[in-house]
Structures are given as structure tokens and as C-alpha cells.
Ligand binder design. Structure first.
Ligand code: 4NP
Length: 161
């Protein structure tokens, strides 16, 4: 079982959407039994909350369901997840600091758009203070990034349905 954790700041906009897109794709590929995914935030701002209504609506427009409650990244996540994927470089830096503090040196913290050639280093932009169109934009970004991520780990782990 390969375990994947998507991480943003609040765990109510980007990372729950990433998790829902990932689960949908994995299911469509017939690979559900091979993966477990979750999402978390670096902050404690929205612990226990449902995703932002705009993320829920955006997912719904694409036929996806989001069910998640906000939670903060914790020490055991560094032990339990094979792939920890940050949405932007601020999330990535915070995760690297936590990783070092918790003595998981060597654990790679991935950046979501690094899986897309030509988009290395770019953020999945924080849509929280913007309008609804920002959510459709991050959906497209996540969709492409997760396709590439899945291709990469299917090859790396020889996973076929
Ligand atoms: P997220 O978006 O990190 O994609 O979940 C945000 C949600 C909440 C806040 C910032 C970003 N906030 O400042 O409360």
C-alpha cells in the first residue's frame, strides 16, 4: 500500500481537493486497493472543519465528492506517508522544518507542480482570498499535476490494475 499525503496551509481549499482528485483517478484506474491518501494543513486554523464551500462546489461541478475534516500535520505523518506533497514553497519549507525537528532527515518533501515538466517550483496558488474562478484554476493545475504524479509512481512501483 502506497500512502500519499497532500498538504496546504489551511487544509480546507487545495489539499482536500487534491485528495479528492487523486482518489477519483485511482479508482478509475482500478488501483484503489494499492493506495491510501489523506490531506492536512501546516496551520491549525481550520481543524475539524469541512472544506471551504467553494472547494466543495468546484469538486461537485466536476462530479467529485469531497469528504474531509481539517487537520494539522503531525509527527507521525512523516513516518506513515510515503509521499508528502506540498502545494507551494511556503508549505514545503514549513514541512521541511517540521521534518528536521521530528528527526525524519532524508524524508523528501515534494512540491505538487514539480511533477509537471516546465512548472517546477511553481505554486498551486492559494485561492482562499480570491473568487470562485480561482478554484477552477487550481482544479486544472491539480488535475494535470496528479496525472503526472500517478504516472511517475505507477512506473516507480510497477503498479498496474
Ligand atoms: P488552503 O487555503 O491552504 O488551500 O486550505 C487557505 C485556507 C485558509 C487560510 C489560508 C489559506 N487562512 O488563512 O485561514
Amino acid at each position: 500500500m502506497i500512502k500519499v499525503l497532500f498538504v496546504c496551509l489551511g487544509n480546507i481549499c487545495r489539499s482536500p481537493l487534491a485528495e479528492a482528485i487523486f482518489n477519483h483517478k485511482v479508482q478509475a484506474m482500478g488501483l484503489s486497493r494499492k493506495f491510501k491518501s489523506d490531506s492536512a494543513g501546516t496551520s491549525d486554523y481550520h481543524i475539524g472543519e469541512l472544506p471551504d464551500e467553494r472547494s466543495i462546489q468546484c469538486a461537485q461541478r466536476k462530479g467529485l465528492k469531497i469528504s474531509h475534516r481539517g487537520r494539522q500535520v503531525n509527527r507521525t505523518d512523516f513516518r506513515d506517508f510515503d509521499y508528502i506533497i506540498a502545494m507551494d514553497d511556503s508549505n514545503q519549507k514549513n514541512l521541511q522544518t517540521l521534518r528536521d525537528k521530528y528527526k525524519f532527515a532524508g524524508k523528501e518533501i515534494y512540491l505538487m507542480r514539480d511533477f509537471v515538466p516546465g512548472c517546477e517550483g511553481l505554486p498551486v496558488p492559494d485561492p482562499y482570498y480570491g473568487g470562485e474562478e480561482g478554484f477552477d484554476e487550481i482544479f486544472q493545475i491539480l488535475d494535470e499535476s496528479i496525472n503526472n504524479f500517478l504516472t511517475k509512481i505507477q512506473e516507480a512501483h510497477q503498479l498496474y490494475a
